[in-house]
Design a protein around this ligand. Structure first.
Ligand code: ADP
Ligand code: MG
Length: 598
């Protein structure tokens, strides 16, 4: 007799259930997805004892007639795909035809459904995969699926169910994920007959985001909009003031399906690059739309993961639009963006205090033979306006003028020789002088590096540095780029080097510790992430060494200079390591603290 047997259907359904039906939350997910595929606008989820004793999902979708209802319980029975081709262009959340039979195989199951054309509904009762009863029944249009006593016939699986609290946690997460992706559908969730969540349908995704993620992020979201030939994306991301310790606040939807995708998450982080410190995660809700045949959803049994045909394009689209949204928000300085589109390009004082400043710069630009200029003010002498000339012109043509700027802030004074206190329309702004200056120097160095315009100052007495063998090899590799940064280093035989000139901004600083730190950091990280990373790190260190320190008294003029320079930065809100350069204590917050308002 042959050893190989075809499994009886009930057993194969139980096995399939192992993949699809991991826990109550996965049943809810499958059922709610079915309701969405059926075009429902209201979906109600009821559970008891964390889903162990009852899970019920009812909807007002298209429903089924009697024949379809019977068929829907057969394995591989689906109305969603018919051909091979369909499998590679799936436009529904479901397609495997496995969920209903799998759930019915491991519970006391009941399906009640009616479609528009039928005058009465159908009720089918199934216990552990065996059909017990099929009857005609009065029912509203739509579908109600009930699964009671989950795993009653599989004690081994039942043992693996966790506590009510844990299962309920997963379940709320699952419903939340879906609800966030479908704001125009109403969702209600009850546990032991008590309401847990009710999300009314809304035309504005932001309402749902605020509903789900919490009201405090409402004013902290930046919009993303992207569209190219066959890829479009909308979304909302949080400012770096509203971050989390895990990735749980990141929600990505591809054609309505919530997915986990490393490529997209990576792109998101790249977009935030330089703005988050280690261990910080942004909040993000991204809706990506790609043609159905450009995404393979059939890679994961629970359909959590997908594969993109155009992975690179999607990565770039996400990275760029996130970076642009943040950049845009940054340019508005310290207040909520108030951009008026298509504003006439009037030349007004914006990043400079007055038109006089602007004219002075223009004049200097003309006077300087190279078209370049170096305005070295008394403090910090490293500040140069070189880069700004370009920006002034650019800004004249763009509608950035209306925006509030650091330079417009009313300075109150310096606090603890560390922070600059300022008054804004709606609160108190604190600026970390070191972090802010670091950002300024970082961008200046980098810009001039790219334009090959770093100016250096020769050292009267060149400084020699002795390194170990490995460090010496690293420094050798860095030399050409360091030279471009204005740090002139040359080999001096063996593992010894000599520093001949330093960037102007480091002119009175100790140079040896900086060079050693650059070499050590590079040794740690290595060159595997590319030269640009290594260089960024070196520039970061230069900026850090060159920046004004905490505990340094600043004159009023120096403070003004710092604020104006901050306005010329592309990313003024974070230091190069991602720390914030400024924080705001809102008037409202203060009033709350003083109990003026409750
Ligand atoms: P799949 O969703 O992969 O097709 P399921 O086992 O989840 O497989 O469902 C089988 C079929 O039953 C679906 O293709 C659909 O035609 C029908 N169906 C399931 N749930 C509903 C529902 N809530 N409303 C209408 N039809 C449904
Ligand atoms: Mg399904």
């Amino acid at each position: 007799m042959s050893k190989i047997k075809i499994l009886p259907e009930i057993l194969s359904n139980k096995i399939a259930a192992g993949e699809v039906v991991e826990r109550p939350a996965s049943i809810v997910k499958e059922l709610v997805e079915n309701s969405l595929d059926a075009n429902s606008s209201r979906i109600m989820v009821e559970v008891k004892k964390g889903g162990r004793s009852l899970i019920r999902v009812s909807d007002n979708g298209v429903g089924m007639n009697r024949d379809d209802a019977m068929l829907s319980l057969e394995r591989y029975a689906t109305s969603k795909i018919y051909t091979d081709g369909d499998l590679f262009a799936i436009n529904t959340l479901g397609f495997r035809g496995e969920a209903l039979p799998s759930i019915a195989a491991v519970s006391k199951f009941c399906l009640v459904t009616r479609d528009e054309a039928s005058s009465s509904g159908t009720e089918i009762i199934v216990h552990g995969g065996t059909i017990k009863k099929v009857s005609e029944i009065g029912a509203p249009q739509g579908t109600m699926v009930t699964a009671e006593r989950l795993f009653f016939n599989m004690p081994a699986r039942r043992k693996f169910l966790k506590t009510v609290t844990t299962e309920m946690g997963h379940l709320v997460d699952a419903v939340t994920k879906i609800a966030l992706g479908w704001p125009d559908v109403q969702f209600r969730l009850t546990h032991n007959e008590k309401p847990v969540k009710n999300w009314p349908a809304t035309g504005d995704p932001v309402d749902r985001i605020v509903d789900v993620l919490g009201i405090d992020i409402k004013n902290d979201l930046y919009k993303i909009d992207f569209s190219s030939n066959d890829l479009s994306m909308t979304g909302w991301i949080s400012s770096t003031r509203n971050t989390r310790r895990t990735s749980r606040g990141i929600h990505v939807y591809v054609n309505g399906r919530s997915i986990r995708d490393r490529v997209i998450q990576h792109a998101l982080f790249e977009g935030y690059s330089g703005r988050l410190v280690k261990g910080q995660f942004p909040l993000a809700v991204l809706f990506i739309h790609v043609p159905y045949d450009q995404v393979d959803v059939n890679v994961h049994p629970a359909k959590h993961e997908v594969r993109f045909a155009q992975q690179k394009n999607i990565h770039e689209a996400v990275r760029r639009s996130v970076a642009e949204a943040l950049q845009h928000a940054d340019q508005s300085g310290w207040t909520v963006p108030k951009v008026k589109a298509n504003q006439p390009s009037v030349r007004q004082p914006g990043i400079y205090e007055s038109k006089a400043d602007f004219d002075r710069l223009e004049k200097q630009k003309k006077d300087s033979p190279s078209g370049e200029m170096e305005v070295l003010t008394s403090f910090p002498s490293v500040f140069s306006q070189k880069k700004d000339t370009g920006r002034v012109q650019a800004t004249v043509q763009s509608p950035l003028w209306e925006r509030k700027r650091f330079g417009d802030l009313q300075v109150i004074g310096q606090f603890h020789d560390m922070y600059i206190l300022c008054e804004s329309d709606d609160g108190l702004i604190l600026i970390d002088q070191h972090a802010a200056h670091e950002r300024i120097l970082f961008e200046q160095l980098k810009n001039r590096f790219q334009k090959r315009k770093n100016t250096s100052q020769k050292l009267l007495i060149p400084e020699t540095i002795d390194l170990g063998y490995r460090e010496a090899k690293i420094l050798e590799r860095l030399i050409p780029d360091l030279n471009k940064l204005g740090l002139e280093v040359a080999p001096f035989g063996g593992d010894t080097f000599v520093v001949k000139a330093v960037p102007l901004l480091l002119k009175n600083k100790e140079i040896k510790p900086l060079v050693i730190e650059m070499v050590e950091k590079t040794a740690q990280v290595g060159f595997s992430f590319g030269m640009e990373r290594v260089l960024d790190q070196c520039i970061e260190l230069m900026a850090c060494h060159g920046a004004i320190r905490a505990n340094q008294r600043l004159s009023d003029k120096e403070i003004q200079e710092l604020l104006h320079q901050l306005d010329t930065c592309d990313q003024p809100s974070n230091c190069p390591h991602g720390r914030p350069t400024w924080i705001r204590i809102g008037l409202k917050e203060l009033e709350k603290m003083f109990k003026r308002i409750v």
